[in-house]
Design a protein. Structure first.
Length: 168
């Protein structure tokens, strides 16, 4: 069993992961609208992974004999200026998710809930990978993204991403 405080923060995190899925899915729609199908595929796959992140938390809360409290998911908000600006917003978003995960880790530690503290390690590592992956795309967009032909090549590269269900 986990404390009510930990139950609530894990439920909040489930909401954040599903919000992330919505955000990436709306970005995927935007990229499809402007004909950038590689960017669209990449963000759609990321959206699926975010649902997986939410579901891993969901199963954990149930396994700990606690309660799921699903809340409303806010509409996804982002500005559509350019692929670079969208990826910069993704980076900021992922940084905010990293801070939220850090808080879960700190709270579980101060609650002497070592099982949750151990569980959340997977998310800490996942956030390092996500921030790095997004920051590499931003660097490429900054270096070459002004040129349409380079953008086309980056779009093609992103179209190679395949969905791999995250394994906890
Ligand atoms: Fe679930 O990692 Fe991104 O948001």
């Amino acid at each position: 069993m986990i404390s009510d405080k930990i139950r609530d923060v894990l439920n909040e995190q489930i909401n954040k992961e599903f919000y992330s899925a919505y955000l990436y899915l709306s970005m995927s729609a935007y990229f499809a609208e402007i004909g950038m199908y590689g960017f669209s595929k990449w963000t759609k796959i990321q959206s699926k992974e975010e649902i997986d992140h939410g579901m891993i938390l969901f199963e954990y809360v149930i396994d700990r004999n606690s309660q799921i409290r699903l809340a409303q998911i806010e509409p996804p908000l982002f500005e559509v200026k350019s692929p670079l600006s969208v990826f910069e917003q993704i980076y900021q978003h992922e940084r905010s998710i990293t801070s939220a995960i850090d808080c879960v880790a700190q709270m579980s530690e101060s609650d002497c809930d070592l099982a949750t503290r151990n569980f959340i390690d997977w998310y800490l590592k996942e956030q390092i990978e996500e921030e790095a992956m997004v920051s590499r795309i931003i660097s490429k967009l900054k270096a070459f993204g002004e040129e349409k032909s380079a953008l086309y090549l980056i779009d093609r590269e992103l179209s190679h991403r395949e969905y791999n269900q995250p394994v906890y």
